[in-house]
Design a protein around this ligand. Structure first.
Ligand code: PLP
Length: 405
């Protein structure tokens, strides 16, 4: 958001900034969903709903979960909140007490460690190579190049201890786009089965996968159902970030407690947005497939582009709409480190690189440090093909100049 603010200020001065920093689809909300909201206003659905969401919407969420996971949930096992962010924060507040640990695989969505801290807990970051440490404010570790972005069963085991109360899984991942296969999830579930921690599975990007069908944890590991909280929402699937509707599905006691917390804090999410979300879940789903296909095309273009840059390695994300390239080979060159003003190894590298991209290439992206990785940068491909191609050319020129010094 800080990068976006600087980019906005530059844009206001007439600078042609290309934004690759946003975490939201660039498509409009589909017309039939907007129409449902108009109709809800006209019909007078403008009052409080039950604090934990309208029963019709909860039932629609339960049906969607049944369809994807084959698991039956009652409406008392669904809570609808002001976005997935809200419900994840409420779940953490509900589940942990002072000093309890929240295990967070790196790279992580920026909000998880902060939510754990705000709730009085201790965020423990686990890197793919097995290192783990308590989160302070940024990365304390850089896994070897090629370690990938997925949590291994061994790393998970090493990160769990008697204080671990919650384990967060997020796949497809923000920022890496990494997606666990069914067999990888089974292996993680086997480790989790031997520990009492509650698993919060953030599946907000589950509809946006490009290589393999999405495997929901509930389907793969039914043995975890009595302590699994599934999180999802309409923001990314239906391009509805501003409507603020997300939900959690899980054991009735935890979901009830989240609902009680919500009842005393925000009350219900906006009634109009709930009607729109109902239309999204119950209406035609071709809009989701159209967006998914468009993202898949863009992914291929941006990944191919980044793979041509010397000193940069770029995994192809299996889902979501982000790439998270590794610039460490480039940053290891003394001319590049000198040009960026790096004094202490890679410390500050991703922020300086992003500032350089903004100034020199007029491209806004998010420093990897925010996600626990110092040599990486997150680029969102929720941008038009034309702008992706334009940005690739600009970044290529900027990197060329950086190497020349
Ligand atoms: N979880 C992840 C991994 C996200 O990237 C985001 C949004 O960027 C959210 C949750 C929050 O989504 P919502 O708009 O539903 O609050």
């Amino acid at each position: 958001m800080a990068i976006e603010a600087k980019a906005k200020a530059m844009r206001a001065k007439g600078v042609d900034i290309l934004s690759f920093s946003v975490g939201e689809p660039d498509f409009d909300t589909p017309a039939h969903i907007k129409k449902a909201a108009d109709e809800a206003i006209a019909a007078g659905f403008t009052k409080y709903t039950p604090a934990s969401g309208m029963p019709e919407l909860k039932a629609a969420v339960a049906r969607a979960v049944k369809q994807s996971c084959g698991v039956d949930y009652g409406t008392n096992q669904v809570v609808v909140s002001c976005g997935a962010k809200h419900v994840i924060a409420s779940a953490i507040y509900t589940l942990i007490g002072e000093g309890d640990e929240v295990l967070i695989p790196a790279p992580y969505w920026v909000s998880y460690p902060v939510m754990a801290r705000l709730a009085g807990g201790v965020p423990r970051i686990v890197y793919p190579d097995g290192e783990n440490m308590i989160w302070e404010s940024g990365p304390a570790h850089l896994p070897p190049a090629g370690a990938g972005f997925k949590l291994s069963p061994k790393a998970l085991k090493a990160g769990l201890n008697s204080k671990t109360r919650v384990v967060i899984l997020n796949y497809p991942s923000n920022p890496s786009g990494a997606v666990y296969s069914a067999s990888e999830l089974k292996e993680l579930a086997a480790v989790l089965a031997g520990h009492g921690a509650v698993v919060v599975s953030d599946e907000i990007y589950g509809a946006l996968v490009y290589d393999e069908p999405f495997s929901p944890l509930a389907k793969v590991a039914p043995e975890l159902l009595d302590r699994l909280i599934i999180v999802n929402g309409v923001s990314k699937t239906y391009s509805m970030t501003g409507w603020r509707i997300g939900w959690a599905v899980g054991p009735a006691d935890v979901i009830g407690a989240i609902g009680n917390l919500q009842s005393q804090t925000t009350s219900n999410p906006a009634s109009i947005s709930q009607h729109a979300a109902l239309a999204a879940l119950e209406g035609p789903q071709d809009c989701v497939e159209e967006m998914r296909r468009e993202f898949a095309k863009r992914r291929d273009i941006i990944v191919a582009g980044f793979r041509k840059f010397p000193g940069v390695s770029c995994d192809s994300p299996g889902g979501a709409f982000y790439i998270f390239p590794d610039f460490r080979a480039l940053l290891s060159k003394s001319s590049v480190a000198g040009a960026l003003g790096l004094k202490d190894g890679f410390a500050g590298a991703s922020s300086r690189l992003c500032a350089y991209f903004l100034d020199s290439a007029k491209v806004a992206a998010v420093p990897g440090v925010e996600f626990g990785y110092e040599c990486h940068v997150r680029f969102s491909f929720a941008a038009s093909e034309e702008n992706i191609i334009k940005a690739l050319a600009r970044i290529g020129d900027a990197l060329g100049n950086l190497v020349k010094g």
